[in-house]
Design a protein around this ligand. Structure first.
Ligand code: PEP
Length: 249
């Protein structure tokens, strides 16, 4: 089954109303490949979700950057999956390394969050990736397999999941994984799905790469056979995000 190229833009904790309107304006005016060729999703901070959804061209979808692990209620400061459904936000990013490492989100907690968001009908960009220390000690595949397994233990249907391989050492550092390094991990993750979930899921799941992707390095990465798109941080706030979207063709 052909896997449609996917490009996500993670705006993280950035932006003012004026800056957000400017980015949306750039995206609305850009010539981008059709929805049949590339699925594009941008992820503004919670407070700008409705603004972006209302102003952005309809071919580009919107994602939240997180949501609460269970039904909403007495959880001060959290945003529930039900609220995202209420705002018609179709996607959420779960398990970003900044949340895993800074906010101590465990593999199990991330697995529970993925399962709950899916149960509410929200599609998930689930992030996995190793630290520099883990890579240097040769543990990369073990780490990403354990992170993926913790999700697999909580869900049975992967149709609405995109897996983002984001090596922590490459995020926001300007140190992008080489195309060969990215391809190796993507290939191994696909093999992990084949061995542990099913050949169907291994063939259909989109595994995207994130970590210092920009307009200059995206083409070579996009050419790797097991790489189905990108999750982009810093460059998604800039006009070069359009070049990254175009790397789908
Ligand atoms: C990210 O935060 O998901 C990311 C990949 O960031 P950057 O592109 O800035 O490395």
């Amino acid at each position: 089954m052909a896997r449609k190229f996917f490009v996500g833009g993670n705006w993280k904790c950035n932006g003012t109303t004026e800056e957000v309107k400017k980015i949306v304006g750039t995206l609305n005016e850009a010539e981008i490949p059709s929805e049949d060729v590339v699925e594009v999703v941008v992820s503004p901070p919670f407070v700008f979700l409705s603004l972006v959804k209302n102003l952005l061209r309809s071919e580009i979808q919107v994602a939240a950057q997180n949501c609460w692990v269970r039904k909403g209620g007495a959880f001060t400061g959290e945003v529930s999956a039900e609220m995202l459904v209420n705002l018609a936000i179709p996607w959420v990013i779960i398990g970003h390394s900044e949340r895993r490492l800074i906010l101590n989100e465990s593999n199990e907690f991330v697995g529970d969050k993925v399962a709950y968001a899916l149960s509410q009908g929200i599609k998930v960009i689930a992030c996995v990736g190793e630290t520099l220390e883990q890579r240097e000690s040769g543990a990369t595949l073990e780490v990403v397999a354990a992170q993926t397994k913790a999700i697999a233990e909580k869900i049975s249907n992967w149709d609405n999941v995109v897996l983002a391989y984001e090596p922590v050492w490459a995020i926001g550092t300007g140190k992008v994984a080489s195309p060969a390094q990215a391809q190796e991990v993507h290939h191994e993750l696909r093999k992990w799905f084949s061995d542990n979930v099913s050949a169907d899921v291994a063939g259909s799941i989109r595994i995207i790469y994130g970590g210092s992707v920009n307009g200059a390095n995206c083409k070579e990465l996009a050419a790797q056979p097991d790489l189905d798109g990108f999750l982009v941080g810093g460059a998604s706030l800039k006009p070069e995000f359009v070049d990254i979207i175009k790397s789908a063709t």
